[in-house]
Design a protein around this ligand. Structure first.
Ligand code: ADP
Length: 490
């Protein structure tokens, strides 16, 4: 168990480049060895079959030569070359004697070729000759291939070929056993094995030389990723990897890595801008506050109660503005973190809009306010307080940016079966077209100078951003359209 752990630990410490090289080389060794074994087995089989055929042909040629002067019906036996093994029958008179010339003729046909006669059941008819035990001969004769490869007493391989001798009555009268040394085949096979071995070693060497740099090339993007992530860790978020053209795992990894970087960079930039915006927004009221406090401290009001009241009222307004902003930021943070709990309930649109309408009346400074609710609206599922907050925010904007002579309408209409559209429409100053796409961005103001005018105290550019988040968190949608100088509809 511990040994296994050590081995695993050791393997894990080998660089991936080497591991991949070893794995591909290991596979190559396996494949080449399998191929080598198959090739040498097939080559040996082909050579042996070839030699068997040569010996059978030689036997046939010798038989024809020996008995060519005899009439076919006088010939003592024929050769069975059709691989049928007929039942045994009585041997002709002087069988060994008549067969002798055939045996000599075969012996003389090839070097190291030696022919003897066996009885049909495998016993040798010629004493002191190399022969196979009768049982084994019988076994071979029952099989499909009438030959045998075996070692002789000196350890040399010998090939034995058996051909039944058949009488004119189609009985086996004996078996012709031809043996020969397989030295030529063995020599060829040795040379073949050596060539194969050297070929495999050469191929492996070449594979090693090529695989290592190729694996290195394939892993290059990983090295790039590692190098880039090190630079990113030092703060260089704008860095990107040059992804390989391939659509493989590494290509996809490089591309997702780049995507992740882009998202990180955007998030980081947003975060930085957010902090900068917050500091910027807090600086104005804090400067106003410290100025007013300083004036009070140095007694710049000269004991004038009215001047003191104006100064403290200004300070109170700034504190209120900061308070509102901090509240808004807190709400946004909760929304971002998904921590803002929404209490969804079924609410009737009439009640909701009438409440908002009544509260808006206190905010109006001369504008004509109206509320129009389409009859028989379906009830809606929403967090009543949050939706009210959103509507009030939008109404507040409409009243802020509409002159006293203008008009602000609060409408509710049915849209399809189950959807209700709540509309706040004003005849105010409108929003410039170039500002419209950014109107829901945090801290965005279409006209910052006007938003900060005494009449518009409190505008921090967070109202619509919060409204959008709150509406979308409840499954709704918020849209704005506006014509400069004519009015705005949310
Ligand atoms: P603020 O607190 O500054 O009003 P908002 O997010 O509510 O922030 O609005 C962002 C900006 O959109 C405002 O500063 C203003 O320039 C513009 N805006 C919003 N509503 C209206 C409107 N009804 N008419 C004209 N401009 C508007």
């Amino acid at each position: 168990m511990r040994k296994d752990k050590h081995v695993l630990h050791f393997i894990q410490r080998i660089p991936i480049r080497w591991r991949l090289t070893f794995v591909s080389l290991g596979l190559l060794i396996l494949l080449l060895s399998a191929l080598g074994i198959i090739l040498s087995v097939v080559a040996e089989q082909v050579l042996v079959n070839n030699e068997v055929n040569v010996l059978r042909n030689e036997a046939q040629v010798a038989w024809k030569g020996t008995f060519k002067s005899m009439a076919p019906q006088d010939r003592p036996f024929g050769l069975d070359l059709d691989n049928v093994f007929p039942p045994s029958g009585p041997a002709p008179a002087n069988f060994v004697y008549t067969a002798n010339p055939l045996l000599h003729s075969i012996d003389n046909a090839g070097t190291n070729t030696y022919a003897i006669l066996l009885t049909p059941d495998g016993h040798s008819l010629i004493p002191n000759s190399p022969y196979i035990v009768p049982e084994q001969v019988q076994q071979i004769m029952q099989s499909a291939q009438w030959y045998l490869l075996t070692n002789d007493a000196h350890g040399h391989r010998q090939l034995f070929v058996f051909i039944p001798l058949i009488s004119s009555s189609f009985h086996t009268v004996g078996i012709l056993q031809i043996s020969t040394s397989t030295i030529p085949i063995d020599n060829f096979l040795s040379a073949f094995h050596l060539t194969l071995f050297l070929g495999i070693i050469g191929t492996l060497g070449l594979a090693l030389v090529l695989t290592f740099p190729l694996v290195g090339l394939a892993l290059h993007p990983l090295v790039e990723i590692e190098r880039t992530s090190r630079k990113i860790a030092q703060g260089e978020l704008s860095m990107r990897i040059d992804p390989p053209a391939t659509d493989d795992e590494i290509g996809r990894l490089a591309r997702s890595f780049n995507r992740m970087l882009a998202q990180l960079e955007a998030a980081f930039r947003r975060q930085k801008r957010f902090v900068a915006d917050v500091s910027h927004e807090l600086r104005t009221p804090l400067t106003a506050l410290s100025g007013s406090l300083e004036m009070l401290l140095i007694g710049a009001d000269l004991g004038d109660k009215e001047a003191t009241r104006r100064l403290t009222h200004g300070m109170f307004t700034e504190v209120q503005r900061m308070h509102r902003m901090v509240e808004d930021l807190l709400a946004l943070t909760r929304l971002d973190e998904g921590k803002l709990t929404l209490r969804k309930e079924i609410i009737t649109v009439d009640t909701l809009l009438l409440t908002v309408y009544e509260q808006s009346e206190h905010l109006a400074h001369g504008q004509k306010l109206s509320c129009d609710i389409e009859p028989a609206l379906p009830a809606i599922g929403a967090d009543k307080d949050r939706l009210q907050q959103v509507l009030l925010n939008i109404m507040d904007n409409a009243l802020k940016f509409t002159l006293p002579a203008g008009k602000v309408e609060l409408l509710a209409r049915k849209n399809g079966q189950n959807t209700v559209v709540l509309i706040v429409r004003d005849t105010g100053q409108g929003i410039p077209p170039e500002a419209l796409p950014h109107i829901f961005d945090r801290f965005y103001r279409a006209d910052p100078s006007r938003s900060r005018s005494p009449q518009h105290v409190g505008g921090s550019g967070l109202g619509l951003a919060i409204a959008k988040d709150l509406v979308e968190a409840q499954g709704g949608k918020i849209e704005i359209s506006s014509i400069l100088g004519r009015g705005t509809t949310v």
